[in-house]
Write a protein that binds this ligand. Structure first.
Ligand SMILES: Nc1nc2c(ncn2[C@@H]2O[C@H](COP(=O)(O)OP(=O)(O)OP(=O)(O)O)[C@@H](O)[C@H]2O)c(=O)[nH]1
Ligand SMILES: [Mg+2]
Length: 470
């Protein structure tokens, strides 16, 4: 027979309640002590992923703001970004061999494009037919000469008629689809134009392409213009006119639609949309301008702000390869890391390592950070950033072309973004460690205000947990 536990006396009950109250008070005191704590937060990630943009947002949202000297620096930076953009575009026109005025939506170009695609398809079918016939040793139905004829017909269609050329006109264009056959066609016209120019020059003709577009190309690339940029300088009106002309050129718009093939600053469309204001005398940047400005970080900066009675010490580092060796010096006592990835970069190559896919670079860097032994207890928050650009990009660029393991719908934001969320999550090899992922748009203050609120709550929770308070 077991003995039953006797019920607690009134005195015991009172003592237990007292103990509970003391424990609660101690916990509260501990919490208050915590609220005076300082949290060290690192912003990490590869180059151009948006680390400094998130820091700018923190300065805006938590009232740190920008000094007059910083605002002045941003004004010059934005104007220089615009100059850099237009120069890059004119350079890319030559590298990709795109003629000014080239309109991929011109009906004759479209007609030829479809014909080329049909012929290429036919050619490929015939080739595989010949290959399999050769393999089985039976005579192919289509002779080699027929194949040659088909190939010549395809090549002939690449040669544009004068009617296509004459119907090119200037108008503000939209971003057009990347297309191999259109790219080939552009190259063909470009090369023919070059040959024609060389021929005319030999005959002593003065400037075949002496029109306003080519004049604009010369203006934006002139040494004189370069010297007109800087603090306190007024941008000459012919620069603005030239940028207007070039940006409204269909060929330049087509070149812009292929900007994943070269290095163009992300804020290009924003700058172009605001070019008049940016080039006006006494230009004062707005917060949105500042968020879109691009300055590559080359020195580690520390910014402090207070939120929820906690002092945050935020470190912003440079993300390019040459900058990453500076990171380790800031790794001690880190409570949380916000790791940034540009989700829109899946079809781009690194600025500092041509040929290296930007997303793969981010995957490699994240993998080493999330599994770094010193960060075993550090809260890792992942921002898959630039979702605005990503949403636009998946309309014309396919994730599965760059990541063949993606088998879903290339045009679905939900499916493509989930693929990357899962990919990054799978890199976490530390048991019981959670990576908190957000899909972000760093230049949008409204979205980032909400995200940072969640991040702060998450960091507080992680801190209480690690201090054994929750
Ligand atoms: N459209 C868009 N642009 C963004 C977004 N995030 C950043 N950018 C732009 O991308 C460019 C690069 O951003 P930064 O914040 O300078 O990148 P970073 O990671 O600090 O780059 P490094 O200092 O070289 O390591 C800037 O022009 C930003 O305005 C975004 O979510 N959407
Ligand atoms: Mg930076």
């Amino acid at each position: 027979m077991g003995c039953a536990a006797s019920a607690p006396t009134a005195e015991e009950k009172e003592a237990e309640a007292r103990d509970n109250e003391i424990e609660k008070q101690l916990l509260q005191e501990k919490r208050e002590l915590m609220s005076e704590r300082t949290i060290k937060l690192l912003l990490l990630g590869a180059g151009e992923t948006g680390k400094s943009t998130i820091l700018k947002q923190m300065k805006i949202i938590y009232g740190v703001g920008f000094t007059p000297a910083e605002i002045l620096l941003f004004a010059t930076t934005i104007q220089l970004n615009l100059l850099q953009c237009i120069k890059t575009l004119t350079m890319a026109m030559d590298i990709l061999k795109i003629p000014y005025g080239f309109d991929p939506e011109n009906p004759t170009v479209m007609q030829r494009k479809h014909k080329i695609q049909a012929l290429e398809k036919e050619l490929n079918q015939e080739l595989s037919h010949v290959m399999s016939a050769m393999a089985s040793n039976s005579p192919p139905e289509m002779s080699a000469s027929n194949l040659q004829a088909l190939a010549e017909e395809t090549a002939g269609l690449m040669s544009p008629s004068s009617s296509i050329r004459s119907s090119f006109h200037l108008s503000s264009g939209r971003v057009l689809q990347r297309d191999g056959s259109i790219a080939k066609m552009a190259r063909r016209i470009y090369e023919e134009d070059m040959e024609e120019e060389a021929r005319q020059n030999r005959k002593g003709s003065f400037e075949l392409k002496g029109d306003h577009v080519m004049k604009s190309v010369r203006v934006v690339n002139s040494e004189r213009i370069q010297k007109e940029f800087g603090a306190g300088k007024t941008i000459p009106p012919d620069f603005l006119k030239a940028v207007e002309i070039l940006w409204s050129d269909k060929g330049v718009q087509y070149c812009f639609s292929r900007s994943n093939e070269y290095q163009l600053v992300e804020c290009c469309p924003y700058l172009m949309k605001n070019m008049k204001r940016i080039c006006a005398p006494g230009f004062k940047p707005t917060e949105e301008d500042i968020l879109n400005a691009r300055i590559m970080t080359t020195t580690v900066s520390e910014t402090r702000f207070i939120a929820d009675n906690i002092t945050y010490r935020v470190f912003d580092v440079g993300g390019q390869r040459s900058e990453r060796r500076k990171w380790a010096a800031f790794f001690d006592d880190v409570e949380a890391i916000i790791f940034l990835v540009a989700i829109s970069s899946f079809d781009q190559t690194c600025a500092e390592a041509e040929g290296m896919n930007r997303m793969v670079e981010s995957i490699n860097v994240f993998s080493s950070i999330v599994n770094y032994p010193l960060f075993k207890k550090t809260g890792i928050i992942l921002f898959l950033n630039k979702i605005d650009l990503f949403k636009e990009k998946i309309k014309t660029s396919q994730v599965s072309n760059y990541f063949p393991t993606f088998k879903g719908d290339n045009t679905s934001f939900e499916e493509t973004s989930r693929f990357f969320v899962e990919k990054f999550d799978s890199l976490n090899g530390i048991p019981n460690k959670t990576v908190y992922t957000h899909l972000t748009w760093a230049t949008d203050t409204k979205q980032i205000t909400k995200i940072l609120k969640d991040v702060r709550a998450c960091i507080r929770k992680l801190n209480l947990e690690s201090a054994g308070l929750e």
